[in-house]
Design a protein around this ligand. Structure first.
Ligand code: PLP
Length: 281
């Protein structure tokens, strides 16, 4: 049987519309959980191992018991893809600490709530990919453990909503004058032929796509600097691009109304976007 939009809840597959959890789930009341977003290319999950490894790290970082071994996750993901049967799928994975009467502190033996959704992936518009997007800068008001892919996303939600209100694609977050990342993406700039992106640590989520792009760039012999760039450097860069599971490698051509470079995705952006696409094959 094929189910149009499939959910997985605590070991069981069911139609997404029928999947429900308790109102006392700590994910619902405290944002006490972690997540991943994975996409397929040609029907196969891209960098599943890297996503599952990050899920593991996120869970460990918040003292959350990760319920399945790697092989079991792979089996469940494979089954979800089979049931959904979409040309390409966006897989959402979430683990919360489970259900208990509301109390900030938690008992160590709670049964985590594990859910996944399998929905058809709508790829980014090809025109947007080729023309690039506009972005805005915004103060980064997030906590100091952005390396944990926590479902506590209020600051990202507000940043993304500001972008939507302004009619731009992404909010680029700036902490004490330094660019950290986007609300849903990592940020790279090109300056004097060098590729610059914020270093791993508590102020960014180290993207799986970011890692792939860094490897491709190094392989191409490009000079890569993992360091913060200032807001001035961002606005004066010859190229700026975003990376992420759903945005892939996406040129930014206007920031706060100011044109970046020639106003079109630059040569390094285009060549890395192409290399990235090759990698997904
Ligand atoms: N940074 C943030 C804040 C994100 O939410 C995401 C993706 O959702 C990324 C970076 C990119 O991560 P990835 O390439 O693993 O999708």
């Amino acid at each position: 049987m094929t189910v149009p939009e499939t959910a997985f809840l605590n070991g069981r597959f069911l139609p997404l519309a029928e999947a429900t959890v308790s109102i006392e789930d700590r994910g619902f009341q405290f944002g006490d959980g972690v997540y991943e977003v994975i996409r397929t290319y040609r029907g196969r999950p891209f960098k599943l191992d890297a996503h599952l490894a990050r899920l593991d790290r996120s869970a460990q970082a918040i003292d959350l018991r990760q319920p399945y071994p790697f092989e079991r996750w792979v089996e469940y993901v494979t089954e979800g893809l089979r049931l959904g049967d979409f040309p390409e799928t966006k897989i959402y994975v979430q683990i919360t600490r489970g259900t208990a009467p509301r109390d900030h502190a938690y008992a160590p033996d709670l049964q985590p709530t594990v859910l996944m959704t399998f929905r058809e992936l709508q790829p980014l518009n090809a025109i947007v990919q080729s023309t690039g997007v506009a972005a805005m800068t915004m103060k980064d008001i997030r906590w100091g453990r952005c390396d944990i892919k926590s479902i506590n996303l209020l600051a990202n939600v507000l940043a993304r909503q500001q972008a939507k209100k302004r009619g731009v694609f992404e909010s680029i977050l700036v902490r004490d004058g330094q660019v950290t990342e986007g609300a849903v993406s990592n940020v790279f700039i090109v300056q004097d032929g060098k590729l610059i992106t914020a270093p791993e640590g508590g102020w960014i989520l180290s993207g799986v796509t970011r890692q792939v792009v860094l490897e491709l760039a190094r392989h191409e012999g490009l000079t890569v600097q993992e360091r913060y760039c200032s807001e001035q450097e961002l606005l004066g860069a010859t190229e700026v691009f975003l990376t992420g599971t759903t945005v892939e490698v996406l040129g930014v051509v206007h920031i706060d109304g100011k044109q970046i470079g020639t106003g079109q995705p630059g040569p390094l952006t285009r060549s890395l976007a192409k290399r990235f696409l090759d990698e997904t094959r």
